[in-house]
Design a protein around this ligand. Structure first.
Ligand SMILES: O=C(CO)[C@@H](O)[C@H](O)[C@H](O)[C@H](O)COP(=O)(O)O
Length: 219
């Protein structure tokens, strides 16, 4: 590159003076993370298979009885919560099920955070939209986000099925009295945990779909 360095990614200018060393470092680091990610996803799916089955069976029963799914989380987990609601509500194949994320409405989120406090941004939405028999699915890598825990408490008060995905062996969610099912991975890194949770969330959806297929009456 001539003049001025890398204007798009100035932090990569070091690559111009020692490109091969940096590239090798980045490649080795990416490879190590990919290996760690695969291993955590593999052990999480295997180790949590029984709890995944139980949670999926309970969710399928709730859907069959007319329940709806509400998903929530912060940061990267907000993105995963939105993706999970979209997967349940509008899968490319399989049965669409009623689901919405509580992370998508900026007006609602900012009003609640600004007027009341960030700890109520999910629980207040459950008060507005949820009823007994619905499902609250919360994701937290630390397992300790207060707004996620508060939503579980509200869900429990209102008679919802409550399901949590957490890292760090569950954190506070591991012993949360408001959770019916806690899928806790061993991950000690936010990013690896998010990757494992994404695999678990997909496995949960697959199992719920399977529960519906088993019920279908052959023609
Ligand atoms: O790691 C990322 C994005 O990948 C962050 O945005 C992260 O999700 C945020 O710090 C969250 O607030 C963490 O909350 P939690 O997962 O511990 O509940």
């Amino acid at each position: 590159m001539t003049g001025g360095g890398n204007f798009l990614y100035p932090f990569l200018d070091a690559e111009e003076t020692d490109g091969s060393a940096l590239s090798a470092d980045l490649a080795a680091s990416a490879e190590a993370k990919a290996t760690e990610s695969l291993e955590l996803r593999r052990t999480s799916i295997a180790g949590l298979a029984a709890e995944l089955d139980r949670a999926a069976a309970a969710m399928a029963a709730a859907f069959r009885a007319g329940g709806r799914l509400f998903t929530f989380g912060n940061g990267g987990s907000a993105t995963d919560a939105a993706g999970q609601a979209a997967l349940f509500a509008s899968p490319a194949s399989g049965r669409p099920l009623p689901a919405r994320s509580l992370v998508a409405d900026t007006a609602v989120l900012t009003a609640l955070a600004n007027d009341v406090g960030v700890e109520v941004i999910f629980s207040r939405q459950l008060i507005a939209h949820a009823r007994a028999g619905d499902i609250a699915l919360g994701l937290s890598t630390s397992g300790g986000s207060v707004n996620v825990l508060q939503a579980f408490a509200e869900g429990r008060r209102r008679g919802l099925l409550t399901v949590g995905l957490a890292g760090y062996r569950g954190g506070a969610m591991a012993t949360c009295p408001d959770l019916d099912h806690c899928l806790a991975v061993e991950g000690q890194s936010v990013h690896r945990t998010q990757e494992a949770q994404s695999a678990l969330a997909h496995a949960l959806w697959q199992r719920v779909q399977r529960e519906f297929q088993q019920l279908e009456v052959p023609a």
